[in-house]
Write a protein that binds this ligand. Structure first.
Ligand SMILES: Cc1cc2nc3c(=O)[nH]c(=O)nc-3n(C[C@H](O)[C@H](O)[C@H](O)COP(=O)(O)OP(=O)(O)OC[C@H]3O[C@@H](n4cnc5c(N)ncnc54)[C@H](O)[C@@H]3O)c2cc1C
Length: 457
């Protein structure tokens, strides 16, 4: 047994330490394909902040890398283990500590799943908007560390817009408290925002204070069918231009619809080349007017059919279809999921360019995404056993990011950089921003032990 493991045994209770080789295997990977993953030395199942501090101090003493993990639903390899590292899993720190209705915040441990937190605050008449499609199987700590988006972000924004304060274990084991519990507050540098989206490279989040909103009205949902993805993209631009305030605007192409039908045993229309799903939570007549406006705009801009959901349950089914889209495409073969976000005015161009990449490279790309944000997930589907197809898949994956940047977009709207997009990050942010990233990393983690090799190298 290594000296490091011996030391961890000394400072942690037995239930907080896993060293069994087979048990550690499931802590090696997140859900990204083609990202390297090493063999950890040990997995720490932290139950409290002190366990995280103890693990970090041992890592600092022996110069061993630390990889923080939530629920490992990430799509960039950011949570993948490194050879000889200590994985610190936050999955057992899964308690909601306090819900305040007047001050409208929740204090939570990081291991709580997004959907669990959302349901818990809903019981108090409150609403936590960030809702990644993976909400049933991703943790708040992971959401904070990747600055997750989701389906209703088109109206309500992303994770960072709801983070009031954090408790974070730093690379030397000290506990940093950032932020506030008040509506406003500008004391000092905004360390909270710096840590959100840092993918476990600057500190380990052990507690979060998250802002809440009052619950919204019952949503109204509709679907619009188009015979071309580009036409659907043009309709989205017109919807945005009109100023109508939707709480959700998603897109799925024919490949994705067919995959979802197979996966969920649904009967979504496969005759359409693309389907938009729109939702308004304005309530009452305002909600009905929003949906009527969207239907009119879609018809005027090429929709072949617009269908309003009969009731909330039918609307929820449509959302469920969209949420399961990536899992459904996974069933068709190996997938590489892009996460490009383009200015919304360039959506139609982006969809057209993605379709061209698929045709030119003779490869399947399922086009889906949070269209209202311009955040698209073109998903390359291929046979990993066929080396030539795997090569073309990698080219297609890269070309989608190239087109995204050419259109004034970003390589990642919500999934993060991890190891998958490290080289592309450099291209997007340029040498000056890269050196500032390095300086921040060096200031907070001088020994480069926190999730090294992720985001910046
Ligand atoms: C089918 C599917 C659909 C998805 N849909 C969406 C979507 O709509 N929107 C979206 O944004 N993402 C989506 N994702 C991606 C993923 O679910 C999110 O990135 C999620 O936030 C990851 O949470 P996690 O708990 O699984 O984190 P992990 O994958 O375990 O970790 C992600 C990153 O956070 C770090 N980390 C985790 N916990 C902590 C902590 N407590 N302190 C410090 N660092 C930490 C890890 O080191 C890693 O860098 C989807 C994934 C799948 C598989």
């Amino acid at each position: 047994m290594s000296e490091v493991v011996e030391r961890l045994r000394h400072v942690l209770p037995p239930e907080a330490l896993v060293t069994d080789h087979d048990r550690m295997q499931s802590y090696r990977y997140d859900r990204a394909m083609f990202c390297p993953a090493g063999e950890p030395l040990a997995v720490v199942l932290a139950r409290e902040t002190a366990h995280v501090q103890a693990a970090v101090r041992v890592a600092a003493e022996y110069g061993v890398p630390i990889v923080p993990q939530g629920a490992r639903s990430g799509l960039s390899g950011a949570a993948n283990a490194l050879d000889g590292c200590i994985v610190v899993s936050l999955e057992k720190m899964d308690k909601i500590l306090r819900i305040e209705d007047v001050d409208r915040y929740v204090v939570t441990q990081p291991g709580v799943y997004n959907a669990v937190l959302s349901r818990a605050v809903a019981e108090h008449g409150l609403f936590y908007p960030p809702d990644p499609s993976s909400w049933e199987f991703c943790s708040i700590g992971g959401n904070l560390s990747t600055n997750s988006g989701g389906l209703c972000c088109v109206k309500y924004g992303v994770t960072t817009d709801y983070v009031l304060g954090l408790e974070v274990v730093l690379a030397d084991g000290r506990v940093l408290r950032t932020g506030r519990k008040t509506v406003k507050g500008v004391a000092g540098y905004d360390l909270t925002k710096l840590l959100v989206g840092s993918e476990g490279t600057l500190g380990i989040i052990t507690e979060a204070t998250l802002a809440l909103r009052p619950q919204t009205a019952r949503p109204r949902t509709m679907a619009a069918l188009f015979d071309s993805g580009v036409t659907a993209g043009e309709a989205i631009i017109e919807i945005i231009r009109s100023g109508v305030s939707l709480s959700l605007l998603e897109i799925m192409d024919r490949t994705t619809i067919a995959a979802v039908n197979d996966y969920k045993r649904m009967d979504l229309p496969t005759e359409a080349a693309a389907m938009l799903i729109a939702q308004s939570d304005a309530g009452g007549e305002a909600g009905a007017a929003d949906i009527a406006t969207v239907a009119k705009l879609c018809r005027e801009h090429g929709a072949i059919e617009c269908i309003e959901a009969d009731d909330e349950a039918e609307g929820e089914l449509l959302l469920e279809a969209r949420r399961s889209a990536l899992l459904a495409l996974d069933e068709l073969g190996t997938t590489m999921i892009d996460d490009v976000c383009v200015p919304r005015s360039r959506l139609a161009d982006f969809i057209g360019a993605t379709e061209k990449i698929a045709t030119d490279l003779d490869i399947t790309i399922g086009v889906l995404g949070h269209a209202g944000d311009g955040n698209m997930h073109p998903t390359v589907v291929f046979d990993a056993q066929d080396p030539e197809q795997a090569r073309r898949a990698q080219v297609a994956f890269d070309k989608v990011m190239e087109v995204g940047l050419e259109l004034g977009g970003t390589i990642t709207g919500e999934h993060g950089v991890g190891v998958l997009k490290r080289d592309w990050l450099r291209q997007e942010i340029g040498p000056v921003a890269e050196s500032v990233h390095r300086a921040i990393k060096a200031a907070l983690d001088p020994k480069n032990l926190l999730n090294p090799g992720k985001v910046v190298t």
